[in-house]
Design a binder for this molecule. Sequence first.
Ligand code: FES
Length: 154
Amino acid sequence: MGLDAVLAIGAGSGFSVVTEVSGYTFSALGLEVPLVATPTPRYLHVMAAWVRVCSVVDCPVGESREFVVGDRIVAIFHTEDQFFALDGVCPHQGGPLGKGKLQGSTVTCPWHGWQFNVATGQHLTNASVCHPRFELRVVDDEVLICVSDAGATS
Ligand code: FES
Protein backbone atom coordinates (compact mmCIF):
# COMPACT_ATOMS: atom_id res chain seq x y z
CA MET A 1 0.00 0.00 0.00
CA GLY A 2 1.50 3.31 -1.09
CA LEU A 3 1.46 6.61 0.72
CA ASP A 4 -1.52 7.89 -1.34
CA ALA A 5 -3.61 4.87 -0.33
CA VAL A 6 -2.75 5.29 3.33
CA LEU A 7 -3.69 8.97 3.18
CA ALA A 8 -6.98 8.24 1.40
CA ILE A 9 -8.06 5.64 3.98
CA GLY A 10 -7.21 7.97 6.81
CA ALA A 11 -9.04 10.94 5.31
CA GLY A 12 -12.32 9.09 4.87
CA SER A 13 -12.35 7.20 8.15
CA GLY A 14 -12.28 10.02 10.64
CA PHE A 15 -9.02 9.10 12.20
CA SER A 16 -5.58 10.35 11.56
CA VAL A 17 -2.98 8.21 9.93
CA VAL A 18 0.46 9.59 10.38
CA THR A 19 3.40 8.62 8.33
CA GLU A 20 6.89 9.87 7.88
CA VAL A 21 8.37 10.36 4.41
CA SER A 22 11.92 11.50 3.93
CA GLY A 23 12.03 13.29 7.23
CA TYR A 24 8.64 15.07 6.86
CA THR A 25 5.62 14.06 8.79
CA PHE A 26 2.08 14.21 7.39
CA SER A 27 -1.31 13.40 8.76
CA ALA A 28 -4.03 11.73 6.69
CA LEU A 29 -5.80 15.07 6.42
CA GLY A 30 -2.85 16.56 4.63
CA LEU A 31 -1.70 18.65 7.55
CA GLU A 32 1.85 18.70 8.64
CA VAL A 33 1.99 17.63 12.24
CA PRO A 34 4.76 17.39 14.76
CA LEU A 35 6.91 14.36 14.34
CA VAL A 36 5.35 11.46 16.15
CA ALA A 37 7.38 10.44 19.11
CA THR A 38 9.10 7.14 18.52
CA PRO A 39 10.65 4.97 21.16
CA THR A 40 14.18 6.13 21.76
CA PRO A 41 16.79 3.48 22.41
CA ARG A 42 18.00 3.62 25.96
CA TYR A 43 21.70 3.45 26.56
CA LEU A 44 23.02 2.51 29.93
CA HIS A 45 26.16 4.25 31.00
CA VAL A 46 28.30 1.43 32.32
CA MET A 47 31.60 2.04 33.98
CA ALA A 48 34.12 -0.72 33.42
CA ALA A 49 37.71 -1.13 34.48
CA TRP A 50 40.43 -3.72 34.29
CA VAL A 51 41.38 -4.76 37.80
CA ARG A 52 44.36 -6.84 38.89
CA VAL A 53 43.26 -10.01 40.67
CA CYS A 54 46.49 -11.93 41.21
CA SER A 55 49.79 -12.92 39.64
CA VAL A 56 50.05 -15.88 37.27
CA VAL A 57 52.07 -17.80 39.86
CA ASP A 58 49.25 -17.48 42.41
CA CYS A 59 47.08 -19.92 40.44
CA PRO A 60 49.05 -22.79 38.84
CA VAL A 61 47.82 -24.73 35.82
CA GLY A 62 44.97 -27.08 36.71
CA GLU A 63 43.95 -25.15 39.81
CA SER A 64 41.42 -22.54 40.83
CA ARG A 65 41.45 -19.74 43.36
CA GLU A 66 38.98 -17.43 45.01
CA PHE A 67 39.56 -13.67 45.31
CA VAL A 68 37.59 -10.74 46.60
CA VAL A 69 37.50 -7.91 44.07
CA GLY A 70 35.64 -4.89 45.41
CA ASP A 71 32.32 -6.26 46.60
CA ARG A 72 32.51 -9.34 44.43
CA ILE A 73 33.89 -12.82 44.91
CA VAL A 74 35.69 -13.94 41.78
CA ALA A 75 36.76 -17.46 40.90
CA ILE A 76 39.91 -17.73 38.79
CA PHE A 77 40.66 -20.93 36.86
CA HIS A 78 43.90 -21.83 35.14
CA THR A 79 43.32 -24.52 32.52
CA GLU A 80 45.97 -26.05 30.29
CA ASP A 81 45.14 -23.37 27.74
CA GLN A 82 44.50 -20.17 29.64
CA PHE A 83 42.94 -18.37 32.57
CA PHE A 84 39.20 -17.85 33.04
CA ALA A 85 37.11 -15.98 35.59
CA LEU A 86 33.60 -16.66 36.83
CA ASP A 87 31.47 -15.10 39.50
CA GLY A 88 32.75 -16.97 42.53
CA VAL A 89 29.36 -17.63 44.12
CA CYS A 90 27.66 -20.80 42.91
CA PRO A 91 24.10 -20.09 41.71
CA HIS A 92 22.80 -23.19 43.48
CA GLN A 93 23.25 -22.26 47.13
CA GLY A 94 26.22 -19.93 47.19
CA GLY A 95 29.08 -22.39 47.30
CA PRO A 96 32.64 -21.20 46.59
CA LEU A 97 33.34 -22.04 42.94
CA GLY A 98 36.91 -20.83 43.29
CA LYS A 99 37.49 -23.64 45.76
CA GLY A 100 36.01 -26.22 43.43
CA LYS A 101 37.87 -29.00 41.66
CA LEU A 102 39.04 -28.09 38.16
CA GLN A 103 39.28 -30.88 35.60
CA GLY A 104 40.01 -29.69 32.08
CA SER A 105 37.64 -26.80 31.57
CA THR A 106 35.08 -28.07 34.09
CA VAL A 107 34.81 -26.90 37.68
CA THR A 108 32.81 -28.85 40.22
CA CYS A 109 31.30 -26.88 43.08
CA PRO A 110 32.59 -28.27 46.38
CA TRP A 111 29.22 -28.07 48.11
CA HIS A 112 26.82 -30.14 45.99
CA GLY A 113 28.65 -30.95 42.79
CA TRP A 114 27.14 -28.61 40.23
CA GLN A 115 29.50 -28.44 37.27
CA PHE A 116 30.29 -25.51 34.99
CA ASN A 117 32.37 -24.91 31.91
CA VAL A 118 34.79 -22.25 33.14
CA ALA A 119 35.21 -20.75 29.66
CA THR A 120 31.51 -20.11 29.11
CA GLY A 121 29.87 -20.34 32.54
CA GLN A 122 27.48 -22.93 31.13
CA HIS A 123 26.15 -25.53 33.57
CA LEU A 124 27.06 -28.93 32.20
CA THR A 125 23.66 -30.58 32.49
CA ASN A 126 21.15 -27.74 32.81
CA ALA A 127 21.05 -25.61 29.68
CA SER A 128 19.04 -22.91 31.45
CA VAL A 129 21.88 -22.13 33.87
CA CYS A 130 24.76 -20.05 32.58
CA HIS A 131 26.87 -18.54 35.33
CA PRO A 132 28.23 -15.00 34.90
CA ARG A 133 31.85 -14.71 33.85
CA PHE A 134 34.38 -11.93 33.63
CA GLU A 135 36.55 -10.98 30.71
CA LEU A 136 40.13 -11.73 31.64
CA ARG A 137 43.57 -10.73 30.40
CA VAL A 138 47.06 -11.65 31.45
CA VAL A 139 49.43 -8.69 31.21
CA ASP A 140 53.04 -8.96 32.36
CA ASP A 141 52.25 -12.05 34.45
CA GLU A 142 49.38 -10.30 36.19
CA VAL A 143 45.80 -11.59 35.91
CA LEU A 144 43.29 -8.82 35.25
CA ILE A 145 39.53 -8.99 34.98
CA CYS A 146 37.09 -6.47 33.58
CA VAL A 147 34.75 -5.32 36.31
CA SER A 148 31.78 -3.14 35.50
CA ASP A 149 28.79 -1.61 37.20
CA ALA A 150 26.69 -4.10 35.32
CA GLY A 151 28.46 -7.04 36.98
CA ALA A 152 29.86 -10.04 35.24
CA THR A 153 29.02 -11.05 31.69
CA SER A 154 26.42 -13.74 31.31
S1 FES B 1 26.19 -24.52 46.20
FE1 FES B 1 27.23 -25.16 44.43
S2 FES B 1 26.34 -27.03 43.95
FE2 FES B 1 25.25 -26.36 45.67
